[in-house]
Design a protein around this ligand. Structure first.
Ligand SMILES: Nc1ncnc2c1ncn2[C@@H]1O[C@H](COP(=O)(O)OP(=O)(O)OP(=O)(O)O)[C@@H](O)[C@H]1O
Ligand SMILES: [Mg+2]
Length: 269
């Protein structure tokens, strides 16, 4: 009954994960942003002080995918340890520092450990081991932004191995409402991700079609129409991929072998 050959989806889409956010393509058309992130954290590979980065821009503009891409390369090509934390999940200073220690291999400490103790364990790890790059995704969801950024910055100034910080936020730096004096000491470099243009979305969607659909099953007008419509309203790549997925599903429900403009939300299928 659940055999793949009887699934109406088996005809067109073969890797839905590239459309629904479960898997990512290597970032398409964000070379200058990727290079800025890479260059900012590169000093870590020589135990030098990296730049503190603040990646910001609206939803679906590729912030997470680009930072992850650089951290993946750092893990594969160097001895720098990489840590990724989502601040929506760990939204207070102790919760975040505890998660950092757990990712470094410490056993989960009991709740309520003082921050100073957590920081001194981190310092101990850095001194004994290697440099670390930490990405704090959804940084705007963190309650103790100034404290955490400052804690980690100060720590790195006291150790031979360094800790590099990459903060990712929807809000621009001046809307983050941080203690301005501590913030200015961080000497943080903002990297802005602008909404995608129609051309950029088209390039990304073409790659997604290659990965997710069987060859020759998506009419190029579909990609162009989605790219233009999304660029006009939001420039959000997540939304463009979702529209492509919905069009593919619609075509399959109708048992056709090619996705055309008729399968778009405003189409006539
Ligand atoms: N340049 C790109 N090339 C390929 N895929 C991309 C690109 N930009 C975004 N995507 C895809 O679009 C989706 C959204 O991207 P991502 O999660 O990086 O956005 P974001 O800027 O972090 O959004 P948010 O602010 O909501 O967290 C993901 O599935 C991602 O793989
Ligand atoms: Mg993100």
């Amino acid at each position: 009954m659940f055999d793949n050959n009887t699934s109406p989806r088996s005809g067109i889409i073969h890797a839905e994960r590239y459309l629904n956010g479960e898997a990512s393509l290597p970032p398409v058309g964000r070379d200058s942003e990727v290079h800025s992130i890479r260059d900012g954290i590169r000093p870590l590979t020589k135990r030098d002080t990296p730049e503190t980065l603040l990646i910001h821009g609206p939803p679906g503009t590729g912030k997470t995918v680009c930072v992850n891409h650089v951290l993946d390369a750092l893990t594969e090509e160097t001895s720098v340890k990489t840590i990724r934390i989502n601040c929506w999940q760990y939204s207070t200073r102790p919760a975040l520092l505890t998660e950092l220690l757990i990712q470094l291999g410490y056993p989960a400490p009991r709740k309520g450990k003082p921050v100073d103790e957590l920081l001194s364990k981190l310092r101990e790890w850095l001194e004994k081991n290697r440099s670390i790059a930490v990405s704090l995704d959804e940084f705007d969801q963190l309650r103790d932004k100034t404290e955490v950024a400052y804690d980690l910055h100060m720590l790195s100034q006291q150790t031979g191995n360094k800790l590099g910080l990459v903060m990712i936020s929807n809000l621009p730096p001046d809307a983050l409402v941080l203690d301005s004096r501590s913030w200015s000491r961080l000497n943080c470099r903002p990297i802005e991700f602008e909404p995608y243009t129609a051309d950029q979305l088209q390039q990304i969607l073409e790659k997604a079609v290659e990965q997710a659909f069987k060859p020759g099953t998506v009419d190029s007008d579909v990609v162009e129409a989605i790219a233009e419509q999304v660029a006009e309203t939001s420039g959000d790549c997540r939304e463009a991929l979702e529209q492509l997925l919905q069009a593919g599903r619609r075509a399959m429900r109708h048992g056709v072998r090619e996705v055309t403009e008729r399968d778009l939300a405003n189409g006539d299928r």
